[in-house]
Design a protein around this ligand. Sequence first.
Ligand code: ADP
Length: 259
Amino acid sequence: NYNSRTTAIGNNEIGGLGRTFNTMADSLAEIEQNRRNFLANVSHELKTPVTSIQALSETILDGLAPKPEQQQRYIATILQESQRLDRLISDLLDLSQLEADELSILCEKLDLQTWLVTEATKIETLLNPKHLTLETDIPEQLPYVWCDPIRLEQVFTNLLTNAIRYSPENSTITIHLSVTKHQVAISVIDQGPGISPDDVPYIWDRFYRADKSRARTYGGTGLGLAITKKLVHAMQGEISVDSHVGKGSTFTFTLPIIK
Ligand code: ADP
């Protein structure tokens, strides 16, 4: 009858509202937990280099490293740790601006051919210290793309420095470009350790490191891929990884073509 039907609908509605409310409360709790984790991570990442800078400076000032070569080594480490802090702070600024949609992305029509030629010299210098070989697989005719050249540079450099960082000496890094109707796909391929399928979904998260103990000594901030992904999205592209443990990783991002 009519009454019991309305009651039934009413109950359903209340049940539905209750569930929506619970889901909202759960996501709020999750956001709050994420915020706390992020702050804890930031504090930890900032504190580690600062602690080391303090300890090394005190050792020198207290006269506990009297030999000039010892002092040189300590000062070199102080410099390295300051550079690390600098990178971390720039990355954090970029990330916070990206998350607030406040990072200026100024897209323009870019000639990929010319861009690649200027990149080439830079790539060579980056590869030299580890005796890495560069291979390229690039079509002869390249289209114009729509992107912010400064941000493209940042994306490409992040992927390339990761590839270099995780590559064994004397291995090969390949830059592969493919063109489809609406977009260009740029891949950076390395012969490094690869990333396990369990880690792959998380590598885009802030401060996630697949190999926690090793990654820090490699000098990364753990923010590179989080920033890279957001930058690619801000330029209307996509980014993905195809990785095989023990074989290597291929990071690919796309950019829209413009006529
Ligand atoms: P990091 O500064 O630690 O490199 P990223 O955000 O750039 O931070 O990368 C996150 C994690 O993804 C790294 O710590 C590493 O575990 C993994 N990773 C990224 N690029 C590669 C790669 N080319 N080969 C193997 N692992 C990688």
